[in-house]
Design a protein around this ligand. Structure first.
Ligand code: NAP
Length: 288
């Protein structure tokens, strides 16, 4: 068997064109182009790369981008004050806090102070809770939202299927597991303490991997014909690798999101969709 590849790059390009039209219509009707602010503390190379990618995504749809780059040594109080300013600024419609933060800045305390109405990454507990409770409105984190879109558009059947999600981060693993549960999958969440992981993975009709260990999953972990979503993105010897060993997994799976060109390109374009939703909600219901 050779898996059908679910190509996010092409789909993301179409979505970008559609969203770009919606941003232009909004600007024509209101004179406003929504603004996304992204806050980075320190100079982590991956966060700097992500900042540039978000800037390009904003440019691609005609949104404004406001990078807020703070020094690594900024005090926790200064970081909180900068976030509070963005949360209160009426000219800012979406806010992202880029990880990693320096050790002296408590991630959870900071995120608690983020205005949930501008939380386009869906990380504030109010939005995460609304996602868990299936209540609107909420922001679904863009990475799992993009993966679900690829699966739905490929007519993947969810109801009653066994889904295994490896990884339990707030931004990928947990929300992906919830989105699968809401579609009536029987969901197992696996992580670094899971025993017999290959055996657990082999039970999956739908296997989603968000670990960040390149090529950890091989074809023997795959139930023949399974749908495999590879979120992993790690640079190895100058090229981008997923968590799946592409050759053997592609040979065993029925469908696979490739790396590069699978879930990655969908993420930033769906972030732009969340920004547009944030603007609309802020105008209609400023207090979530
Ligand atoms: P993260 O916060 O570091 O979470 C990694 C998860 O993997 C944790 O839950 C961890 O378990 C688990 N894990 C680590 N080693 C493991 C092992 N040997 N066996 C089983 N589970 C293990 O990472 P993340 O932010 O979710 O990102 C995961 C990957 O997705 C990274 O490669 C990242 O670059 C990529 N990513 C891609 C996109 C995209 O657009 N495609 C977006 C975001 C992230 P514990 O909880 O027990 O520690």
């Amino acid at each position: 068997m050779t898996a059908q590849l679910l190509k996010g790059r092409q789909r993301a390009k179409q979505l970008q064109t559609e969203l770009s039209e919606r941003f232009t219509e909004l600007a024509a009707a209101t004179g406003v182009r929504p603004t996304l602010a992204a806050m980075q503390v320190g100079g982590d190379a991956a966060a700097s790369g992500y900042l540039r990618a978000i800037s390009r995504a904003c440019q691609g749809v005609g949104a404004n981008f406001r990078p807020v780059e703070l020094h690594e040594q900024s005090s926790a109080g200064d970081v909180q004050a900068a976030l509070a300013e963005l949360s209160d600024d009426e000219a800012v419609h979406g806010i992202m806090v880029l990880e990693p933060l320096p050790d002296h800045v408590d991630d959870s305390q900071l995120i608690d102070r983020l205005n949930p109405a501008k939380d386009v990454d869906g990380v504030h507990p109010l939005n995460a809770g609304r996602l868990a409770a299936q209540r609107q409105p909420h922001f679904v984190p863009a990475t799992p939202a993009g993966a679900i879109m690829l699966l739905e558009e490929a007519d993947v059947a969810f109801r009653g299927k066994s889904a295994v999600v490896i990884g339990r981060s707030d931004i990928v693993g947990k929300p992906m597991a919830l989105l699968l549960l809401h579609r009536h999958c029987t969901v197992t969440i696996a992580h670094s303490r899971t025993e017999n992981l290959p055996e657990v993975a082999r039970q999956a009709d739908i296997l989603c991997v968000a670990v960040g260990r390149p090529e950890m999953i091989t074809g023997e972990w795959i139930k023949p014909g399974a749908v495999v979503v590879d979120f992993g993105t790690t640079y190895m010897d100058g090229s981008l690798k997923g968590d799946c060993e592409q050759g053997s997994v592609e040979a065993a799976a029925g469908m696979l999101t490739p790396v590069p060109g699978g879930t990655g390109p969908m993420t930033n374009v769906l972030l732009m969709r969340n920004l547009l939703d944030a603007y609309r909600r802020l105008v209609s219901t400023p207090n979530l």
